[in-house]
Design a protein around this ligand. Structure first.
Ligand code: GLY
Ligand code: MN
Ligand code: MN
Length: 502
C-alpha cells in the first residue's frame, strides 16, 4: 500500500479531516470540489506550488557507513547467489489511529544505518557477490496533494530524506519502495527474507521462501552481531554514559519519588533517555521494596519508602539503537540496614567473581557458574539451604532465590543475538569485542515461608556492562559505584550537592 492511498478518516487538521478516503483509481488531484468538503479547487491548486527546493546537497555519510558496508559484505559472502531481503518493518497500531513509536528491525538498521519505516534492503546476486539496493518511500508528492492530504504525508509527519539524500547518507543505491512488491514477485532464483517485520513483503515472497532457509538468514545476522566493531563499542559506551547520568538524576529526586511513586523514577530516567538518546532500551524496572523480587516489574506504580531498597534496572538507547542495561539496588534513604547490606554484599561478591571470569578464550558460561557458586555459598552459610554447596548447585536448589541467568549479550537489543545457535553463544567461547552483562541477584519473595521473616521482600541485583578485551575485560559502567560503602557515599554526595544548591 502506498502513502497516497491512506487518507485519514479523522485527524486533527481541518483540511485532512475533510478528505474522504482516496484510492489508486482516483488520485487526489482528479477529485472535484465537493468530494473534499472544505477543500476548494483553488486551495488544492494553491497547495501545489510555492514551496522551496530543500534538497540537501552536501550530506556526509552516516558515521557507521564503513561498518555497514563491511557487514553487508560478510552477509553477501555467506549466501552467494541468493537474493536476500531485509525489511525495516512497518508502523504498528497502538489504538485507533495512533501508532507506537517506530523502531526499525535490528537486522535492517545493522546492515544499513537507516531506521525508516517500510524500508527494505535487498541484496541481489550479481557476479561473485551482490548488489545492494535500499528501497524507501520518496518525498511526498505535492502535485497530487499527498503531502498535505494524506495522514502519512510530510506535512503531517515531517520531512523525509529524498532518495538522492538517502543514497548519500547510507552509501547504498536507493529505489522507490512502492515498486518492491512487484519486483519481488517477479524475481527468479533463490530468495531468503528476514521474517516477522513486514507482512506485505513476506506475502510477495510467499511461494519463493521456506521457514527453514529464512531462519538460517536470521541466525547468521544474530551471530554476526556477537562481536562488536569499534563503532558499536563506542555507541555502547555512550549508552552507558547517558545511563550513568540517568541514575544520578534518579538519586537526586528520590524524595520526590517517596512523595509520589515508582513512576517518578521511571519518568526521571526516561527524560534523560529521550534528551540524550533515542529512548530507553527496554521498559525501566523501578522496583521499590518487595517489587524488587518481581524480575520484570515494569508497572512501576508502587510506593517508594524510606528504609526499603530500590532496584533500578534501566538503560538509555542511543540514536543508533545501542542500549545499556544497568542495575543498581539502592537504599532509598541512602543507608543500607545491616541485613540489606549483608545480602547486597553477597551479590556484590558474586558479581566480582562473575566479572573476573569474563576473558577471551573463556566459556560464556564461566561467569554464570562463578557467580552462582558465590551466591550458593552464602545461602548455605546463612542456613537457608542445606549444603554442601556442590550438592545444592547440582540440584539447582539455589535458583529459588537466584532466579535467572547471570547475564546476556548486549547490543542493539538488550538481549542481543537471541537467535544465535547454542554452540556460538551459550555454549560458546568469549572473544574480544563481545559485550555482555554480569547481573547476579538474590530475591527473597515477600511470601517465601522458607526464609526468616526479615529476609522477605528483599531483592538485590547488581548489573554491569562488560566488554571482552584482548587481555581480560573492561567494565563500561564502572563509573557507577557498586560496593555498598561507595554506593552510600555516592548517594550522599549527590543529595548534598542538591541541598547546597537549595
Ligand atoms: N533489563 C533486563 C535484563 O537485565 O536482562
Ligand atoms: Mn540484563
Ligand atoms: Mn537489566
Amino acid at each position: 500500500m502506498t502513502v497516497a492511498d491512506e487518507l485519514p478518516a479523522v485527524t486533527d487538521g481541518a483540511a485532512a479531516a475533510a478528505a474522504p478516503e482516496a484510492s489508486e483509481e482516483e488520485p487526489i488531484e482528479q477529485r472535484k470540489n465537493g468530494l473534499y468538503p472544505g477543500v476548494s479547487d483553488e486551495l488544492a491548486e494553491n497547495m501545489k506550488s510555492g514551496w522551496a527546493d530543500t534538497e540537501l546537497r552536501d550530506l556526509r555519510p552516516v558515521a557507521q557507513a564503513a561498518e555497514t558496508a563491511a557487514r553487508r559484505a560478510a552477509l553477501s559472502a555467506r549466501f552467494p547467489g541468493e537474493r536476500l531481503v531485509i525489511p525495516a518493518g512497518n508502523l504498528k497500531t497502538r489504538s485507533n489511529d495512533t501508532e507506537y513509536p517506530f523502531r526499525a528491525s535490528v537486522e535492517y538498521a545493522y546492515l544499513t544505518g537507516d531506521q525508516t519505516e517500510d524500508g527494505v534492503l535487498v541484496l541481489e546476486p550479481k557476479g561473485d557477490g551482490h548488489v545492494a539496493t535500499l528501497y524507501l518511500l520518496p518525498r511526498s508528492n505535492r502535485e497530487n496533494g499527498e503531502f498535505w492530504l494524506s495522514g502519512h504525508g510530510e506535512l503531517w509527519v515531517g520531512r523525509r530524506h529524498s532518495l538522492t539524500e538517502a543514497e548519500k547518507l547510507y552509501g547504498i543505491p536507493v529505489a522507490d519502495v512502492r515498486e518492491i512488491a512487484d519486483e519481488l514477485r517477479g524475481a527468479t532464483g533463490p530468495v531468503r527474507v528476514v521474517r516477522g517485520y513486514d507482512a506485505g513483503i513476506e506475502a510477495a515472497l510467499t511461494d519463493k521462501v521456506t521457514a527453514e532457509r529464512d531462519e538460517e538468514l536470521r541466525v547468521f545476522l544474530s551471530e554476526a552481531r556477537l562481536v562488536k566493531d569499534a563503532f558499536e563499542i563506542g555507541e555502547l559506551q555512550k549508552a552507558v554514559d547517558s545511563t550513568v547520568r540517568g541514575f544520578e538524576d534518579v538519586v537526586r529526586v528520590l524524595d520526590r519519588a517517596e512523595a509520589t511513586s515508582e513512576r517518578y523514577i521511571e519518568g526521571t530516567f526516561f527524560l534523560r533517555a529521550r534528551v540524550e538518546g533515542n529512548d530507553v532500551g527496554y521498559g525501566t524496572i523501578a522496583a521499590a521494596g518487595p517489587h524488587a523480587c518481581t524480575l520484570h516489574w515494569v508497572r512501576n506504580d508502587g510506593p517508594v519508602r524510606s528504609g526499603d531498597l530500590l532496584l533500578l534496572d534501566a538503560g538509555v538507547e542511543t540514536h543508533s539503537y545501542y542500549t545499556a542495561d544497568v542495575t543498581r539496588t539502592l537504599p532509598v534513604n541512602g543507608r543500607f540496614t545491616e541485613l540489606q547490606k549483608k545480602i547486597y554484599d553477597a551479590v556484590y561478591e558474586a558479581q566480582e567473581a562473575g566479572i573476573a571470569a569474563v576473558r577471551p578464550g573463556g566459556k560464556f558460561r564461566d561467569f554464570h557458574d562463578a557467580a552462582q557458586h558465590v551466591l550458593t555459598e552464602k545461602l548455605v552459610e546463612w542456613g537457608l539451604v542445606e549444603g554442601p554447596v556442590e550438592r545444592v548447585l547440582e540440584l539447582g536448589l539455589q535458583r529459588r532465590w537466584t532466579l535467572h541467568g547471570t547475564g546476556h549479550m548486549l547490543g542493539m537489543d538488550v538481549h542481543d543475538c537471541a537467535a544465535a545457535r547454542v554452540e556460538s553463544y551459550v555454549d560458546g567461547t568469549l572473544e574480544p569485542g563481545m559485550v555482555l552483562t554480569v547481573e547476579p541477584g538474590l530475591y527473597f519473595q515477600a511470601d517465601d515461608l522458607t526464609v526468616p521473616e526479615e529476609y522477605r521482600g528483599i531483592g538485590v541485583r547488581i548489573e554491569d556492562d562488560i566488554l571482552v578485551t584482548e587481555d581480560g575485560n573492561r567494565n563500561l559502567s564502572a563509573a557507577l559505584p557498586r560496593r555498598s560503602d561507595e554506593v552510600e557515599a555516592w548517594m550522599a554526595a549527590l543529595t548534598d550537592s542538591k541541598d547546597s544548591k537549595g
